[in-house]
Design a protein around this ligand. Structure first.
Ligand SMILES: *Cc1c(COP(=O)(O)O)cnc(C)c1O
Length: 550
């Protein structure tokens, strides 16, 4: 790795240099360096990432942190722009994680199409702030258009509906957010406010606060129900919205690993019996973060309809599957939701940070309207009136352009690839004696673990206590394998804890793979399993024979 020497302190911050730094590269040679590196990033992104990112010698986090302890801000410039970029490429990039590698199948952050970087750069260059029309103009209008397109993808109302709302300044079909977390928060914020209509001496929960809302409605508790696979952003929403996160109630999953409808209905009955409890929303997950499993949305929609409860679908992960004619049926029932979260920086393959939330009712966001005299005026197109976020970049431009470049069919191909490769991966896992598939992929996520054959046999006949003991040993093995593989630096799967079977109370360690990189193929997955097998055998060989791990 070429080291860049610190230049002598010859650079000074004055108006002259500032002027140059602000407007354009300093001279021909800095321009050349800039072009040289930016060209690689703009036109050879994937080669660039493979060559430069995550290829460093092994370095511990502690050692790495030692290089980053100086806490004083430099007064004068230390480096020129071109040198800073060189540093990023040679010192930062090798120590970053190559999430774009097709061997990196552990998380929802993965490779993105190279043109996304161009779109991101142009969006940054325009620097429009869609909080208000005065700083965005056409981008606010464009955002409303793309919001209507997505709304149509989810709810599929008729032409008349979209004609009426696409550019309607009084209504709102959805909003862009910084991600799934704030999209969920926005949905539940609107649902909470709707749950407490005004009364005598009480205007709104937004104005009067939680305590007065509960008093006015003669309540003692407000809750939201979701399966135990619910994303932890929902708990945060519980905290922020004043419900308390213990009131985001987790419902068990059944043998399909989706929400147990019987347990849900029992819980609703129990909560309803107590007249002092209000159910603000029920959440269906469309692609659970850990397992990819989709809740039975039509059944949840029925329950919500009968009970008059807000139905939110957290499709942060699975939402874009709607673009696939082949697999959109998996999300059937989503069109009956009151609100839907979809992330852009997951299966829309956009750079971070971008998400969206949609509402069936174009007036739903009136629940969270905020005005400020200097920026967001009532009745204007100012999108910031109905968003949690304040200043916001024009991510709609990236999504709109990406859809133009790839078409829904292009997205569908990538998503279908993930689903089908995951299916084949599950089969491969089933065929290998050392592995046990834990959660079957419904979308493009699956979980599995290493279970040596003799252990598998023992588990079959073991009682509860013995199972727990065996599982603890297996946890240890799987944690080690995952860590050793990650540290070796070629492949990466993540790990989490799940119940081995729904009857078990013990959460076992499982390996989790998320397949979204279109370059990840079955051969690569085979290699990943081979590597895990050989790590396992090495562990066995090196283990002290007296305390053999199995
Ligand atoms: C990723 C995810 C979230 C959170 O989204 P962020 O963009 O990380 O804030 C919420 N729900 C589900 C189901 C997710 O997969």
């Amino acid at each position: 790795m070429p080291k860049i020497k610190n230049k002598p302190p010859s650079l000074v911050a004055d108006w002259d240099t500032l002027h140059r730094v602000f407007i354009r590269p300093e001279d021909e040679s800095s321009r050349k360096t800039l072009v040289k590196y930016m060209e690689q990033i703009l036109f050879g992104l994937h080669d660039f990432l493979n060559k430069h990112v995550g290829v460093t010698e092994e370095i511990s986090l502690i050692k790495l942190a030692e290089d980053y302890t100086d806490t004083k801000i430099n007064k004068h410039p230390q480096k020129k722009l071109a040198d800073v970029i060189k540093d990023i490429i040679y010192e930062i990039a090798p120590r970053a994680v190559n999430v774009a590698s097709p061997y990196f199948i552990g998380h929802m952050t993965s490779a993105i199409p190279f043109f996304m970087v161009h779109l991101k750069a142009i969006t940054a260059a325009l620097n429009q702030n869609v909080i208000k029309l005065e700083t965005s103009k056409v981008l606010s209008i464009l955002e409303k258009q793309i919001l209507a397109k997505m709304h149509r993808m989810i709810f599929n109302f008729d032409d008349h509906f979209y004609f009426e709302h696409v550019q309607n300044t009084e209504t709102s079909l959805g909003v862009f957010t910084t991600g799934g977390t704030t999209a969920n928060l926005t949905a539940l914020w609107a649902a909470r406010n709707k749950s407490f209509p005004s009364k005598e001496n009480f205007e709104s929960i937004e104005k009067n606060g939680f305590f007065e809302a509960m008093k006015a409605h003669d309540l003692e508790r407000s809750v939201i129900l979701v399966s135990k696979r619910g994303h932890y952003s929902l708990k945060k929403a519980g905290g922020i919205l004043g419900l308390g996160n213990r009131n985001i109630i987790s419902i068990d999953v059944d043998s399909n690993r989706s929400i147990d409808l019987v347990k849900l209905e029992n819980k609703i009955k129990e909560l309803r019996a107590d007249k002092k409890t209000k159910i603000i929303a029920i959440i269906g997950i469309a692609g659970a973060t850990e397992t990819g499993i989709i809740d039975p949305l039509p059944e949840l929609a029925d329950i919500c309809k009968t009970q008059g409860i807000h139905f939110h679908v957290d499709a942060a992960w699975g939402g874009p599957v709607l673009l696939s004619e082949k697999y959109s049926h998996l999300l059937k029932g989503i069109e009956r939701a009151d609100s839907v979260t979809i992330d852009c920086h997951k299966l829309f393959y956009m750079p971070m940070a971008s998400g969206m939330v949609y509402f069936k009712d174009p007036k739903a966001l009136d629940q969270i309207v905020y005005h400020a005299r200097y920026v967001n005026r009532p009745g204007s197109v100012d999108l910031g009136i109905k968003t949690l976020e304040g200043s916001r970049e024009a991510n709609s431009l990236i999504l709109d352009s990406a859809l133009k470049i790839m078409g829904s069919k292009g997205y569908a191909l990538m998503i279908e690839h993930g689903i089908e490769i995951a299916e084949q991966f599950a089969k491969m896992i089933g065929q290998r004696r050392l592995f046990q598939l834990v959660s079957k992929p419904q979308l493009n996520i699956l979980t599995y673990r290493v279970v040596p054959v003799d252990m598998q046999k023992k588990l079959e006949t073991a009682d509860k206590k013995e199972r727990q003991r065996l599982n603890a040993i297996l946890d240890d093995i799987n944690i080690k394998i995952q860590r050793i593989q990650r540290e070796a630096g070629v492949s990466f799967v993540s790990r989490t804890r799940l119940k081995d079977s729904p009857e078990d109370h013990y959460n076992t360690v499982v390996l989790r793979s998320v397949i979204m990189n279109p370059m990840t193929n079955i051969d690569i997955l085979n290699e990943i399993l081979d590597e895990q097998e050989s790590i396992f055998h090495n562990l066995q060989e090196t283990a002290n024979p007296n305390q053999h791990i199995v």
